[in-house]
Design a protein around this ligand. Sequence first.
Ligand code: UD1
Ligand code: CA
Length: 459
Amino acid sequence: MNKAVILAGGQGKRMKADMPKPLFKVLGEPMLHWVTTACEAAGVADICVVKGFRGEMIDEYLDGKYTTVLQAERLGTGHAVQQAIPFLENDKSGNTLVLCGDAPFIDEETIKKSLAVHEQQGNAVTVITAELDNPFGYGRIIRSANGISGIVEQKDATEEQKAVKEVNSGAYWFRTADLVELLGKLDNNNAQNEYYLTDTVYIAISEGKNAGAFKSDNADIIRGANDRNDLLELNTYARMAVIKKHLVNGIEFTCTDGVIIERGVEIGVGTEILPNTILRGNTVIGKNCKIGPNVMAENCRIGDNASLNTVQACDSEIESGVNVGPYVHIRPGSVIKSEARIGDFVEVKNSVIGEKTAIAHLAYVGDSDIGKRVNIGCGTVTVNYDGVAKSRCVIGDNCFIGCNTNLIAPVKLGKAVYTAAGTTVTRDVPDYALAIDRGVMKVNEGYTLRKLRTKLENK
Ligand code: UD1
Ligand code: CA
């Protein structure tokens, strides 16, 4: 069976953070996750991650999903793969893909096409390469009549070799049995005194095995991040790549300022995305919506023809034709049914808001089930927490909740209940009733004349 070894031992000193470099995020996902998803997409699911610096963070992140091994000392890429020998020896029948955990743009197509070439040419090792205008710093590919003769590192290269623009991406296919054998023959006689994985190429050739190079059409597979500036460039590149994909799919962007859309987001045709919109996780947006400006939605399902303006929404569902915003917070577990309207300064949490219901302004609705065509007046608060436990409010269809109503949960209002403005509802109200809780209003005539006499006279 084919498997993969991913090198994730790097510290990334220039990142100036106490975290392994592959855990830095590009478009919301750790770089390591980009790499493992590409492997899995290409059908390689048996993965061993070589950890090093702060290796426990890699384990915590992977949470047992893949095998990990520790490279206790950083003695080079060859030494890193040597740590995975027990994993390789479990099953030496297939091929092993070696990848860098900090080069996030390796893609399914490159992995599959290079494997096909690797198998077809009967190679012990196939290096995945790319051509760069500025190859500085990378290992140069030295081609020969029947494949390649070796890879020369920048620090070991002659002037002539430095002029070569085809470079080693750091990704390879090996026949697993050959890899195990070749790893045993590495030494560190080079400019950096490291065990170079790249030396496997010339060792293989010297033993009469085939070595090949597969040049990827996508030079971006090589991109990695050594510092925060590089990381920003990776993010910028990935961000625009996602936006371009949506443009092709018929999504409208008049300006992409502040627009960040993660890879897993789906958007329906005809939807318009306005500035400062951040769409995260597995958010799915329907057709002909207007999203933004200033929207942050994470793991939300949004129906067709919805409009969100200046909204934060998380782990919630907003059905078709709903109009939300501005200045609205939809917290996890909420379902806003079709054609509801949630207006300014409203917070909804873990609640169902029925069809065509309006919460036009300044309200808190938490842990509540609200029916259809309800009107929630300005200043309404569901009092869902008594300091010990959270409880639910249930409001039937066609209710009219007067301004500044407090609903002390648990409480249930039947169908078409009215609450008078300012009412504090402390017990259930049956269908078609009015709940009113008010003191008798008094008018004390002439009060201010007496109270403010001096002030009014001096005017
Ligand atoms: C390596 C290749 C070079 C290639 C380049 C692509 C070697 C000798 N050279 O360069 O030909 O063009 O990658 O980026 O392999 N790592 C470890 N343990 C170590 C050393 C490295 O886990 O002891 C990991 C790094 O974290 C990184 C990857 O291996 O993910 C590549 O290491 P890096 O030092 O960036 O590559 P170079 O040696 O410069
Ligand atoms: Ca190095």
